[in-house]
Structure formats: structure tokens, C-alpha cells
Design a protein around this ligand. Structure first.
Ligand code: FAD
Ligand code: NAP
Length: 537
């Protein structure tokens, strides 16, 4: 194609350009090959909302695949990395190695980090949208699921695993959580996923083993006072349906001076069934059957996996009304004849008298660990996004394109599933907000790559198709200004926001490492946003 740069100034862009303040972009056109700058006079601007693994892996893939893309990554906290920093357990430092890859991504001149800006609430989409060709939602799960049992809303020692994990990892939201680990010897964790095992392991670990990790100092202090000696991890189904994985179970079984209650034989599948299981499941069941070598009589602490129990209610001591005393559970039984299939369902177990079978478990601190939950961002209606509250995801086509059902007004009989589904131009999602709050970093990476590939393919098709079948943000009103953060910044400042840059994060990072050095830890995180900002202001 000849003189593509002249051709590149499409009328939509030219018109649009005259309407916006002309702020010089940090990425002059000369950076881009003429072959990639044929449709617009600006780079392909993508706003990524969230700086966890989904945001960073998608950014990495986009930057590698699309030569004219510029990624602006927005993060509500002044610091990056989402659950890698605030979820992954402090005694799993190797898992945090992905931060090195993310840091490499951030060195690209086509990448901007904009921290301390919560998109939707602090920065409305009306401000963001005109300046981007695409928005990629990768904002994870801001809440967790609730049990809905009496006592769950108590202020003291009835906690979500999300809050407790945030507290020991220095998440500002939970800096003042103040769990009381001295209230008694018994802890109960409801749910049998890997988060539940993280909580159990932290409670059972020798506090000296945690001193060399990046666990927050306030958590270390409380854990060193802890009186907890017994942790029960309770599931509503059986061992074959548990969500935890081998490595995490093995770690708990190998904790020094910690005993494990043997699982009653009839909960475990017979040998002929075990022999036919897929390899990973077979190893997990064998591990559970083998248990721990630590003797209960010599152990300092112990733990158990309790099965077929659903939480019913929480109870406080009549003598000390602020002291949680026990949790009541109802017994379940398998609804089908085969309790050893992974999707086996359960139902309540009733005694021959017709009464619900119940059991009380001593409990001085209670954790629910039954999964996280994503929420819609304020202003989604402005973008036409119909958040799926039941599944806790942004509706999408499985490849990361945000979809919308557009029922006609007169159609009230066709089930929603059968109504027309359309893509919302320029809107994409990745990670937990795309597929729900499950999956490890590796699966989140694959998922983010998938979404980035969709964006790259759509952009390519958009550029090469004359009838522009695939459109992006602002297509109907012309096109985006393509100015991205260069235009949004002024409005953010006007709104009183104090955005942090990647350089700011690097200074916070260095200060945290310096604070950690004195204590022999890799870092001592700042637990409050103001403390982080005071490093850079
Ligand atoms: P997140 O990591 O949650 O990132 C979302 C980001 O978006 C956050 O930084 C958040 O602050 C930001 N955000 C939210 N709202 C806004 C907004 N309005 N504006 C701007 N930014 C916003 N996986 C492993 O492989 N190994 C482990 O050991 C492991 N441990 C885990 C421990 C816990 C307790 C949990 C909960 C998960 C763990 N995982 C682990 C799973 C892993 O953390 C997830 O797969 C992954 O973090 C999901 O990535 P995400 O980017 O979708 O979400
Ligand atoms: P999860 O794996 O989905 O486990 C949730 C658990 O809660 C399940 O046992 C589930 O049982 C139970 N549950 C749900 N609703 C319940 C209810 N109403 N009553 C009782 N129990 C209920 O979620 P997670 O533990 O939060 O973990 C999220 C993801 O992060 C997972 O993919 C996990 O592997 C990952 N992660 C990984 C690591 C690691 O690699 N080390 C560490 C932490 C987290 P049912 O099956 O019966 O619904």
C-alpha cells in the first residue's frame, strides 16, 4: 500500500481529533510501522482494568502480538500484582516469581501503570471511554461468598478467609481486622478448597518458620500469641469431591509437630475404585489414606478434614458472651448411590425420629472459605454490560469478548438463553471476572492469553476490513481519540485522585524491601495506602 500514512487519517479520526484537547502523546506515530497505522492516526489504545495475573498476562500477549498497541493498566491500589501480592500465601514465595515477568512487561515503552485509581467508582467510564479503542476487564473478585447462617454477621472472630488472607498479607482493606487468636484452642474452617488449606496451614505453622517470609508484622505478632491448637477443615461433601490439591495437602501433612486425624475408612473409596482413578486423584486419595506420621500424643497441634457436614449456626459462650464457643453443623448423606464420583450430590441426613442429624464442633474462631465473588463495576450500564450476578462474571463468549443479550421488547416468552447474543464492541474480559473465581495462576495466564488473542484478531480484522464489520469503542461516534491516559490524567487529577506510576511502585517496592531487611524478611509491606503514598509524595 502506498503512502499509508496519508491514507491513515480517516475522516472519523480527523473529525474526532479536532474535538479533543491536543495533548502530545508519549508514543509518537513514528514508533509504529506505516503498515500498522493504516486506519487510525493513533496507536491502538487498550485500557486494562486490574493488575493481577489476568491483566499482566493479557498485556504481555497484546504487546507481543500487536505492534501498534499501547496498554494503560489501571489499578485501584497504589501497587500492582493483585492476588499474587495479596492472596498467595507468604510461605509460597516461589509462586510470586511471576512478578518478574510482570515487571518485564512494565518496562515496555508501550505500557503505562496507573495505580491508586479505582475505575468505575473514582474514575467513571464516561471519562475513560472516549480515549480508548478497547477496555479489558481483569479486575478479579472483590468479595466472597456467604453462608447465610445465623451468627455469620458477628463482628468478632467470625471471618471470611478472604479477610484473614488479606490481613496476613498486608492488604490495606483488612489492616484493622484484628482477629483474636487467643480466644481459645479451636478453629473451624468451612470449605475444602486450597484457600481453606492456606488458612489452616498459617494457623498450624510454627511462627518462627513464618518470620522469614513477607507475612505482615501485625499478623506475625498475633500468630505468636495464638492459642489455637486444633483446626478442623469442614466440607459439605466427601473426600472425592474436595477442591484442594495434592501439593497443598502434602504440605499440611508434613508440618512438624502437627498431627492429622485419620479419615474414617468408609469415607474413602475401596482399593479397586482407587486403582481406576485418574493419576492425580489417585495420588490425592492415597495421600489422604496414608495421613501423617506425627503422633497425636506428642504433637503440639492437630487438624482434621471433616466430611458431609453443612454449617447450620454459630454459638457463643453463655458465660462470656463475646467468646464464640461452637459451630453447629447438619449431617449430610450422598444423594446418589455412588459417593465416589467427583460430582456426587448430597442431601440432609435425617434420624429415624425424623429429626435433622446435627453435630456441634468446638470453635473459638470461625472462617468461611467457600469461594470468592466478583461484582459489577459502577457504570456498567453506561457501557451496556449486563453483569451476570448469579455466576459472578461478565457475560462473554468464552473467548473474552463481552456479550449482551438484546431481547426485543415484544419477546417475553423465549428463554433468555435462546435470545440473540451480541458482542459489545471493544469490551473484553479475562481472569476471574471472566470465568468465575477458580483457577491457579497458570490457568489464569492461559485464559488471559485467549482474551488477548481475541483482541489481536479483532483488531487485525478491523484494520483489514473495508466495511469495518468488527468495530471497537466509539465506532459509531467516529473513533476513540487514542489519547488514553494522556487525556484521562487531567480529569483524574481534577477529581482529586493521586495516581501512582510504575516508578512510584518501584520506590514503594524498594522501601518495603529496606524495611524487611532489618527483620530478615524479603519485605515488610506497607499496610495502609497513606503509608505507600508517603513514600512517593
Ligand atoms: P486478581 O489477582 O484478583 O487481580 C485483580 C486486580 O484488579 C487486583 O489488583 C485489584 O485490586 C484490581 N481491581 C479491582 N477492582 C478494580 C477497579 N475498579 N479499578 C482498578 N483495579 C481494580 N494460584 C496459584 O497458582 N498459586 C497459589 O499459591 C495461589 N494462591 C492463592 C491464594 C489465595 C488466597 C487466592 C484467593 C488465590 C490464589 N491463587 C493461587 C489463585 C490466583 O491468585 C488467581 O488465579 C489469580 O490471581 C486471578 O487473577 P486475576 O487477575 O483474575 O485477579
Ligand atoms: P474453591 O476451590 O472453589 O473451593 C471452595 C470450597 O467451598 C469447596 O470445597 C466447596 O464445596 C465449598 N463450598 C462452596 N459453597 C459452600 C457452602 N455453601 N457450604 C459449604 N461449603 C461450600 O475456592 P477457593 O478455595 O476459594 O480457591 C479459589 C481458587 O484459587 C482455586 O482454583 C484454588 O485452587 C486457587 N488457589 C490455589 C492455591 C495454590 O495453588 N496453592 C492456593 C489458594 C487458592 P463444594 O465442592 O461442595 O461446592
Amino acid at each position: 500500500m502506498n503512502s499509508s500514512l496519508t491514507l491513515s487519517l480517516c475522516t472519523r479520526c480527523a473529525r474526532r481529533r479536532s474535538q479533543v484537547p491536543q495533548i502530545r502523546t508519549r508514543y509518537p506515530l513514528s514508533r509504529y510501522s506505516t503498515s500498522t497505522a493504516t486506519l487510525h492516526d493513533h496507536p491502538f489504545r487498550v485500557a486494562v482494568i486490574g493488575s493481577g495475573p489476568a491483566g499482566f498476562y493479557a498485556a504481555y500477549r497484546l504487546l507481543s502480538k500487536v505492534s501498534d498497541v499501547v496498554v494503560d493498566m489501571y489499578e485501584q491500589l497504589p501497587v500492582p500484582f493483585g492476588l499474587v501480592r495479596y492472596g498467595v500465601a507468604p510461605d509460597h514465595p516461589e509462586v510470586k516469581n511471576c512478578e518478574e515477568k510482570f515487571t518485564e512487561v512494565a518496562t515496555s515503552p508501550r505500557f503505562n501503570f496507573i495505580g491508586n485509581v479505582a475505575v468505575g467508582s473514582q474514575l467513571p467510564f464516561q471519562t475513560l471511554k472516549p480515549h480508548y479503542d478497547a477496555i479489558l476487564f481483569a479486575y478479579g473478585a472483590a468479595k466472597d461468598r456467604e453462608l447465610g447462617i445465623p451468627g455469620e454477621d458477628a463482628k468478632k472472630n467470625v471471618l471470611s478467609a478472604r479477610a484473614f488472607v488479606g490481613w496476613y498479607n498486608g492488604l490495606p482493606e483488612y489492616r484493622d481486622l484484628a482477629p483474636d487468636l487467643t480466644a481459645g484452642e479451636h478453629a473451624v474452617v468451612v470449605g475444602q478448597g486450597n484457600v481453606a488449606l492456606d488458612v489452616a496451614r498459617l494457623l498450624l505453622s510454627d511462627v518462627d518458620a513464618l518470620r522469614k517470609t513477607d507475612i505482615s508484622e501485625h499478623a506475625l505478632e498475633e500468630l505468636s500469641r495464638s492459642k489455637i491448637k486444633r483446626v478442623r477443615v469442614v466440607g459439605r461433601r466427601g473426600p472425592m469431591q474436595a477442591a484442594f490439591t495434592i501439593k497443598e495437602i502434602r504440605e499440611l501433612l508434613q508440618l512438624p509437630s502437627v498431627a492429622f486425624d485419620a479419615i474414617p475408612k468408609d469415607f474413602l473409596p475401596p482399593e479397586d475404585v482407587v486403582a481406576k482413578l485418574p493419576r492425580a486423584q489417585k495420588r490425592l486419595i492415597q495421600l489422604l489414606a496414608k495421613g501423617s506420621e506425627t503422633n497425636r500424643s506428642t504433637a503440639k497441634k492437630s487438624w482434621s478434614l471433616d466430611f458431609l457436614l453443612s454449617p447450620h449456626s454459630l454459638h457463643w459462650s453463655p458465660m462470656f458472651p463475646y467468646r464464640l464457643s461452637h459451630a453447629k453443623f447438619t449431617r449430610n448423606e450422598f444423594a446418589s448411590s455412588d459417593p465416589f464420583v467427583p460430582d456426587a450430590k448430597v442431601k440432609q441426613h435425617f434420624l429415624s425420629s425424623g429429626q435433622q442429624a446435627q453435630v456441634n464442633i468446638p470453635c473459638n474462631i470461625f472462617f468461611r472459605s467457600i469461594g470468592y465473588k466478583s461484582l459489577p463495576l459502577p457504570g456498567f450500564d453506561h457501557l451496556g454490560i449486563e453483569f451476570d450476578g448469579r455466576r459472578g462474571i461478565i457475560p462473554n463468549d468464552g473467548f473474552g469478548r463481552v456479550t449482551s443479550s438484546t431481547p426485543t421488547a415484544e419477546d417475553t416468552t423465549t428463554p433468555l438463553d435462546h435470545r440473540h447474543i451480541s458482542h459489545l464492541p471493544g469490551l473484553y474480559c479475562a481472569g476471574w471476572v471472566k470465568r468465575g473465581p477458580t483457577g491457579v495462576i497458570a490457568s489464569t495466564m492461559m485464559d488471559a492469553f485467549g482474551t488477548a488473542d481475541s483482541i489481536a484478531a479483532d483488531w487485525e480484522a478491523h484494520k483489514s476490513s473495508s466495511d469495518a464489520k468488527i468495530s471497537f469503542l466509539n465506532s459509531t461516534s467516529g473513533s476513540s481519540t487514542g489519547l488514553g491516559w494522556d487525556a484521562v490524567r487531567a480529569e483524574a487529577i481534577q477529581r482529586g485522585l493521586s495516581p501512582t506510576s510504575w516508578g512510584d511502585w518501584q520506590r514503594i517496592d524498594s522501601a518495603e524491601k529496606e524495611r524487611g531487611k532489618a527483620k530478615g524478611k524479603p519485605r515488610e509491606k506497607f499496610g495502609r495506602v497513606e503509608e505507600m503514598l508517603s513514600v512517593v509524595r
